[in-house]
Design a protein around this ligand. Structure first.
Ligand code: ZN
Length: 198
C-alpha cells in the first residue's frame, strides 16, 4: 500500500480535510485529520494494521500497546496481524499508565502503535510508561506521521504515510494574516467558540 493510497483513503472517508483549522494543540494548519472517520470502516483499519505489521513480522513482537483512545482500533488490528497480545495505556491524573490489570513481563518485546504522530508526545509517554513497567519497547508505528519525520518518540518509528504540512502558532499563520476564519472541526458549539475567539 503506497503512501498516496493511504492519503486517498483518508480523503475519501472525510478523515482528511483541507482548509484552515485549529488543531487540538491550538496550532493552525491547512490540514485536519480525524482518523476515526477512516477507522470507522473495519476493512480500512484491518488493511492499515496489516501493512504496519508487515514492518515487524520478523521481530517476535509479543504485545502491542497503544495510548487510548486514538490508538485503540489501529493497535488492535496490528496486534491481530502479528498474533500478539493487545493492551493500552490511558491517563490517570494526567499521567500515562497501564490500568485495568494490564501488566508486561520483564523484557517482554513490545510495539507501540498510534493513529497519528504529530509531536510524538503521547507515543513517547506510552513508550516510557511501558519501559518503566519493564518492557523492551522495540519500536513505534503510526498510520500517519505529520511531524515530517521530526517527532522523537524515544524508539525507532515507522508510518504508512507522511504529511508534510506545517502546524503554526496563530500569530504567524498565513491564512489568519489573510483574514480567513480558522475552524475547529467537530461540534457546532466548538466552531462557534473558535469563531468568537478568532
Ligand atoms: Zn490561522
Amino acid at each position: 500500500m503506497k503512501a498516496q493510497e493511504v492519503i486517498n483513503k483518508f480523503r475519501d472517508t472525510g478523515a482528511l480535510l483541507e482548509g484552515h483549522f485549529v488543531l487540538s494543540s491550538g496550532l493552525h494548519s491547512a490540514v485536519y485529520l480525524q482518523c476515526a472517520l477512516v477507522l470507522q470502516h473495519p476493512r480500512a483499519a484491518e488493511e492499515f494494521g496489516r501493512r504496519l505489521a508487515d514492518h515487524f513480522r520478523d521481530q517476535n513482537i509479543q504485545a502491542v500497546a497503544s495510548p487510548a483512545i486514538g490508538g485503540l482500533i489501529i493497535g488492535h488490528e496490528v496486534a491481530r496481524a502479528l498474533d500478539a497480545r493487545f493492551i493500552w495505556t490511558e491517563r490517570e491524573n494526567g499521567k500515562m499508565v497501564l490500568r485495568r490489570g494490564f501488566t508486561v513481563a520483564p523484557g517482554e518485546r513490545l510495539l507501540v502503535v498510534e493513529d497519528v504522530v504529530t509531536t510524538g508526545g503521547s507515543t513517547r509517554e506510552t513508550v516510557e510508561a511501558l519501559q518503566a513497567s519493564g518492557a523492551n519497547v522495540l519500536a513505534a508505528a503510526s498510520i500517519i506521521d505529520r511531524s515530517a519525520g521530526k517527532a522523537d518518540v524515544g524508539v525507532p518509528h515507522v508510518s504508512l504515510a507522511s504529511l508534510n504540512v506545517p502546524s503554526v502558532e496563530p500569530s504567524v499563520c498565513d491564512a489568519c494574516a489573510r483574514g480567513e476564519l480558522a475552524v475547529k472541526p467537530g461540534s457546532r458549539k466548538e466552531q462557534q467558540a473558535v469563531n468568537r475567539n478568532g
